[in-house]
Design a protein around this ligand. Structure first.
Ligand code: GAR
Length: 190
């Protein structure tokens, strides 16, 4: 049995989708949800899903020792960032080498980096006149949006699309692909 922790900062619709995907799975358990914002709707989702949820401050997260201890306490094997907006501290990356993945709502290396998250990304896509966008699932490295890419999927962006239209297409790709890509990565772990 592999235990996953999902980190989220906001709504948590991806966290819920991943938890539902693995609900009946005998090999994989979503054992913990971590939120860094006490107002985040993901906390309510975790309660409804009956999954333990820990809320941490930015300072606690950046200090890292407490988070590494928390991961060990819950027996976590693998960490999924699903709409998590803080930079992952080096100590956590070192404690989970090649075992932290992130989803970015665009085709990296375009529209990545510090401050590029959620609607800001979709706005940039529209402002640049891009004809396609999509999702990137990648390993977490010490820098934002820079680790090895596992998977990308694309969607068309029409000249008439608003950032909200792009967000809807990208979310659909996230729901379709993120859970099975996590399952595939987990199968390759020893
Ligand atoms: C998702 O679209 C995810 O790709 C994005 O935040 C959204 C969270 O939605 N992540 C980033 O922008 C990270 N740079 P959700 O809370 O409903 O899952």
């Amino acid at each position: 049995m592999k235990k996953i922790a999902i980190f989220a900062s906001g709504s948590g619709s991806n966290a819920e989708n991943i938890a539902s995907y693995f609900k009946e799975n005998k090999e994989v358990e979503v054992a913990l949800i971590v939120a860094n914002n006490p107002e985040a709707y993901v906390i309510e989702r975790a309660r409804k899903l009956n999954i333990p949820c820990e809320v941490v401050t930015k300072a606690e997260f950046m200090a890292a020792d407490g988070i590494v201890d928390m991961m060990h306490r819950y027996g976590i094997d693998f960490i999924v960032l699903a709409g998590f907006l803080l930079l992952v501290p080096k100590k956590l990356i070192e404690a989970y080498p090649a075992r932290i993945v992130n989803i970015h709502p665009a085709l990296l290396p375009k529209h990545g980096g510090k401050g590029m998250y959620g609607d800001r990304v979709h706005k940039a896509v529209v402002e640049c006149g891009d004809t396609e966008s999509g999702i990137t699932i990648h390993l977490i490295d010490a820098e934002y949006d820079k680790g090895t890419t596992f998977f990308q999927a694309k969607c068309p962006v029409l000249p008439t699309d608003t950032p909200d239209d792009v967000a809807a297409k990208v979310h659909a790709l996230e729901y379709e692909h993120f859970p099975h890509v996590i399952a595939e990565i987990l199968q390759q772990l020893d």
